[in-house]
Design a protein around this ligand. Structure first.
Ligand SMILES: [Zn+2]
Ligand SMILES: [Zn+2]
Length: 245
């Protein structure tokens, strides 16, 4: 077995055997995992624009001024800005296999979605579709983080998850450091949707949204097969306000 794989597994076992502490303030957790309630409420970003994820002074009308001026848009729901402590920790799910972060971060996003449903700001989708990972990456990472997040959200919101609906059929360059246009070129033709599946209204799920290029490419592939994509969900947003289109 690859040494880095073995080390990763040993580290995860070690973490599980240590006292359960908040990953931000290191205080012992009497219940739950990953983050304490105090850290979560201290870093609650309040209302966020459903167009660009920037801060909003009031929830209604759900979008900031520049986003309200856009004709074409799709609701993008995130729990935290990436440049905040809980948002920054989101990357540790994928990079370090820090799965203790899944429950508190998915709770926060599920709560935000539930609130938006109650306010009539967001339609309820039929199915959740996680951003797929190329199969060649699975042995190294051991899991698709977007699938874990979609499963956790599906459980909390009583929605089915359809990871088999779309596959990533071409490996792409690491998107880190690429511009929006480079990201879009990098993603051309990389998703393949299973033909003939019953058409549905979908919510696409990922860990972090940076430019929205991955969501847009995946949505375009799904729409070509007749599916509707009504919204995007991500735990954290690293977007600049009013940048998403
Ligand atoms: Zn804490
Ligand atoms: Zn906006």
């Amino acid at each position: 077995m690859d040494v880095s794989l073995l080390l990763g597994r040993l580290l995860r076992q070690l973490e599980r055997s240590l006292p359960n502490r908040c990953l931000l303030c290191q205080q012992p957790l009497s219940q739950g995992q990953g983050l304490c309630d105090v850290c979560l409420s201290d870093h609650d970003p309040g209302d966020l624009c459903l167009g660009c994820t920037g801060p909003l002074p009031a929830p209604v009308p759900w979008r900031c001024g520049p986003c309200l001026a856009r004709k074409r848009w799709r609701p993008l729901v995130t729990a935290f800005p990436y440049h905040s402590p809980p948002g920054y920790l989101t990357g540790a799910i994928k990079i370090h296999g820090q799965l203790a972060l899944l429950p508190p971060l998915c709770d926060a996003l599920a709560q935000r979605i539930t609130d938006l449903w109650a306010l009539g700001a967001l339609p309820r989708p039929d199915l959740l579709v996680p951003v797929p990972m190329h199969p060649s990456k699975l042995p190294q990472r051991g899991f698709n983080h977007a699938l874990l997040i979609a499963n956790a959200l599906g459980q909390r919101l009583s929605l089915p998850v359809a990871p088999e609906l779309v596959r990533k059929v071409r490996r792409t360059r690491d998107q880190h450091g690429l511009s929006g246009a480079e990201r879009r070129r990098n993603l051309v033709g990389c998703f393949e949707v299973v033909p003939g599946a019953a058409r549905a209204q979908l919510a696409l799920v990922d860990d972090v949204v940076t430019t929205g290029a991955t969501f847009a490419a995946l949505a375009a592939s799904l729409r070509r097969e007749g599916h509707g994509v009504s919204q995007y969900w991500a735990l954290a947003s690293a977007m600049s306000p009013a940048r998403f289109s």
